[in-house]
Design a protein around this ligand. Sequence first.
Ligand SMILES: [Zn+2]
Length: 487
Amino acid sequence: MAKTKIAYFCQSCGFESAKWLGKCPSCQQWNTFVEEIIDKGNTPSVPTWKVTSNTQQRANKPVQVADITFSEEHRMQTPDKEFNRVLGGGIVAGSLVLIGGEPGIGKSTLMLQLALNMPNLKVLYVSGEESERQIKMRAERLAPEVLSQQSSVGSQKLNIGAQSEINKGCFILTETSTQNIFKQIEALEPDLVVIDSIQTLHSSHIESTPGSVSQVRECTAEMLRFAKETSTPVFLIGHITKDGMIAGPKILEHMVDTVLQFEGDRHHVYRILRTVKNRFGSASELGIYEMLGEGLREVSNPSEILLSQRDEPLSGITISATLEGLRPMLIETQALVSTSAYGTPQRTATGFDTKRMSMLLAVLEKRCGFRLGAKDVFLNITGGIRVEDPAIDLGLAAAIISSHEDMPIPFKTCFAGELGLSGEIRAVNRVEQRIAEAQKLGFNQIFISKYNLPSGGQDKKRMDLSRYDIEIKIVSSIEEVFGQLFG
Ligand SMILES: [Zn+2]
């Protein structure tokens, strides 16, 4: 009689231990260990993804660096340009990609839309979450004009799917056992596999329940082997828990080639697909989508949607030139400063780090003498987008003071600068791209740090400002900015 094998796993980082622990030695979290049965001991050894005799013999040998020939990986282009961008230029053969996001944010929609629109490719969409009927209904909603063969109104709106024929090679499989999935894969031989979601899969090699750390890890490992051995790209959808980790096992992030995060506010229409990790490209790319009734629409010019249309300047509103990945974006930042009705002032920031907001307020109070201590301060970044670029500091500080003094910022003005603790305006990266974007969108002036110019503003040769039509205000401190803005 074989013995049941039990192990304890940290739900937060996937650390494995033979006995229960109160505190995880790996991630220092408390009370995260759960018991999982890994092996009942009587599991027949079913092959997971069968290893062909070919691949077993093909062991790698050391190669001289000089002999390594470099060739660009073959990438499949998807009709979705934003998706190609976050992947670093298309889907790499044999890559394992994890798409994480909160439940209900639209991960399935994104992937199904992709599966339906891959031209001339056999795509297998494996769903453990929805029935075939549900997926069909979703697919019809995504591209009704193509599926029901009607000539359509509004087909231009959904730019992917509208221009290309619906992918006849899109197959749906509702299955959760990896062994059965591999059986179907062998029969179908798809060019691309989508798993929705990794938390619903289970492998008969592991006894614990689907979604547990050991199951998720084993199923991912099986998918990884399959992807590498057959050079078939595999996309895994993974649900993220509240604290932003891919349902407990962070370990997943180490196993896959690329991690994409799909984020956004469920109540807003905009979604961001962010590259968190990418073995085949830059890890700071970003794609923006608009969630419409009929699916996700690529947003190719984000600045235009993130700026609201207004006829007259209002106090507390500024525009910041930010950079997400390599992409310049102008976004609107709003501040509301009012006298606190209660003893403790309220401080709320949407789309911006609250700690950084406290820092900004402290600098404004200490260096510029604004009495903000007893004020309620609310900050908001429009579009439900979260910004991490420190270049937004200057715009936010100006918005706060504009609201506090109830004086609007002049029309068509934008900002790009980081605020230091002594009130100095620090340089930001790629300032020329930001200036160019502001000019492109018809702004009259942009405030930038003097430290962005080589040798403190004396030598303008390297960065030729005269080639811009937009007026460039070079400032070194926050007082100087306010002096120029409010006199
Ligand atoms: Zn841990």
